[in-house]
Write a protein that binds this ligand. Structure first.
Ligand code: HSE
Length: 312
């Protein structure tokens, strides 16, 4: 195989109670990438369509992630070629649904396939995280892990990296409202206080445990009760015009829970069943009509597969 075309899905990170540790993978919303072997060694970003992003390998999240996997791959497999990467961006940068992660995860997935899969998908998370760090200023895996593995993921620990994949309950749907403003992850991290009160740490820990338990037992009510964020949301929501309004519309229309998707500005809701998800999407859209900001809205099943090959 000399060339591969892949689909790199969008993701929702944090899920309210799991800042930097929880994430889920969306269906159908995502980028495409073409990666091919080249005679010239090293990594070359040949084309980026749909976004104004750097072509220099060391400044591009896909480039940095690609360099990270190639550096390790030489210890597992012998190869004397390089790779060219073409990126077709559909996920807007700074949208809060894992734009940079899709590129980083796509690069390492594609290269791993072309090398004959020397690494497991779990092992790829570490390389993708190196690329992600270029965009956000720090290594976090809560978008790259669900993008690579599908379903829900928990980063149990970062040192060493320990990622656990969790199956999604069948009837769970995500709604994502994406206001057309850009919030850079690095900026949204800069507004966070490094200190957390013991009281809030207790509430957040309880909710994270509740969310995980709810996912394992298909307990939708428990998932809903656990989708609370007493730490990050109060510090970030001012970055998102009309946030409370949209969140309330989602809850009032039966969503299990709602909150900031990743670093924002996207706002997500989780729902039981497609009918409820459509109803919630309608209510969220209606509540954003007066914000004076254009937006798009998606209703999505939880994608169990993550990044995948479209053509090889
Ligand atoms: N956990 C990260 C943050 C996700 O909220 O900063 C960024 O997409």
């Amino acid at each position: 195989m000399n060339e591969i075309k892949i689909f790199c899905p969008a993701t929702i990170a944090n899920l309210n109670c799991g800042f930097d540790v929880m994430g889920l993978c969306l269906d159908e919303i995502g980028d495409e990438m073409i990666i091919r072997k080249s005679i010239e060694k090293g990594i070359k970003i040949t084309k980026i369509i749909g976004a104004d992003l750097p072509l220099e390998t060391e400044k591009n999240v896909a480039g940095v992630a690609a360099l990270a996997i190639c550096k390790e791959a030489i210890h597992r497999v012998s190869f004397d070629y390089g790779f060219e990467i073409e990126i077709h961006k559909k996920i807007k940068a700074g949208s809060g649904i894992g734009s940079s992660s899709a590129s980083a995860a796509g690069a390492v997935f594609g290269i791993n396939e072309l090398l004959g899969k020397p690494f497991t998908k779990h092992e790829l998370v570490d390389f993708a995280m190196k690329g992600e760090a270029i965009a956000s200023g720090c290594e976090h895996a809560d978008n790259v892990a669900p993008c690579l593995l599908g379903g829900f993921t928990l980063v149990r620990g970062y040192n060493p990296l320990d990622v656990i994949r969790i199956e999604s309950p069948n009837e769970l749907y995500a709604v994502v409202l994406h206001p057309h403003i850009e919030v850079k992850t690095a900026d949204a991290r800069a507004v966070l206080s490094p200190n957390v009160s013991l009281k809030n740490a207790i509430i957040q820990t309880g909710n994270l445990g509740g969310l995980i338990a709810g996912l394992y037992t298909n307990d939708y009510e428990l998932i809903g009760r656990s989708l609370q964020d007493v730490i990050i949301e109060p510090m970030r929501k001012h970055l998102i015009p009309n946030f409370d309004h949209v969140k309330n519309a989602a809850i009032q229309n039966g969503a299990l829970g709602s909150g900031i998707s990743g670093a924002g500005p996207s706002i997500f809701a989780l729902c039981k069943g497609q009918n409820n998800a459509e109803k919630v999407a309608f209510a969220m859209s209606k509540s954003y009509k007066n914000a004076g900001i254009t937006f798009d809205i998606h209703v999505s099943k939880i994608n169990p597969n993550g990044v995948k090959t479209i053509k090889n």
